[in-house]
Design a protein around this ligand. Structure first.
Ligand code: C5P
Length: 231
């Protein structure tokens, strides 16, 4: 299974097909809200039929009953990973797992990972704007422990927290890390960034890479270069 998950942050089906036609073997892709709201869930089915692995990044966060129903329907799509916000709490996360188990296809449910603190949030924003005390690392590890207690398979975090999460929750607990930038890239809106090489050193299970690949001059080459750095 590839370690690099490319974020298909496009708005149209044409852009997606144009991007994917450069790959002659299955890769791991992330379909998020931009593409889903632009094309509907048909794009998920189409990319899956092409043989690619899919992380469906819709970040559910609602009352437990609503999240359970939503997850049940997402499980029916047969995607590989889905996610939610850990901030919804343990009861919501447990309900999500119930929904996924109920909707599982052929006895196989998608993996479920929880978003801890977004990689676009800095310590200052977390403390002063959101009013959440403590360090980012403390909150992220607390959210990861909650996710584990609720039966989730792992979390989304920044590279800088992956090691502490594996120490607290075990090495089998997945760490999926966005906020990846190559040495010569701009950080854009991301605050807690790191290179693929550092992600590997920190033991991240998967990295999520969007603009560093999709906006590069040769996206396919950049994808495989990054994948090689992670192995
Ligand atoms: O372009 P870039 O590499 O910054 O894209 C990162 C992707 O990962 C985006 O699709 C974003 O929605 C997603 N993501 C993130 N931080 C999180 C969770 C998801 O950047 N905590």
């Amino acid at each position: 299974m590839n370690k690099t998950i490319v974020a298909l942050d496009f708005s149209t089906r044409e852009q997606v097909l144009d991007f994917l036609k450069g790959f002659d073997e299955p890769i791991y892709v992330k379909i998020g809200m931009e593409l889903t709201y632009g094309c509907g869930l048909d794009i998920v089915r189409e990319v899956k039929e092409m043989g690619h692995h899919i992380f469906l990044d819709l970040k559910l966060h609602d009352i437990p009953n609503t999240v359970k129903g939503g997850m049940k329907n997402l499980a029916k799509l047969g995607v590989d990973i889905v996610n939610l916000h850990c901030a919804g709490g343990i009861e919501m996360m447990k309900a999500a797992m119930e929904g996924l188990n109920e909707g599982a296809q052929d006895g196989k449910r998608p993996l479920c990972i929880g978003v801890t603190i977004l990689t676009s949030t800095s310590q200052e924003i977390m403390n002063n704007e959101l009013g959440i005390p403590g360090t980012v690392l403390e909150r992220v590890v607390q959210y990861a422990k909650n996710a584990k207690e609720a039966g989730l398979d792992g979390v989304v975090c920044s590279v800088h927290e992956a090691k502490a999460i594996h120490e607290a929750c075990g090495n089998d607990f997945l760490t999926v890390t966005p906020g990846i930038r190559l040495a010569d890239n701009s950080s854009d809106d991301q605050k807690r960034v790191a290179t693929p090489a550092y992600a590997k050193e920190q033991g991240c299970d998967h990295i999520v890479v969007g603009r560093s690949i999709t906006k590069s001059e040769n996206p396919q080459q950049t994808y495989w270069d990054i994948e090689a750095m992670m192995r």
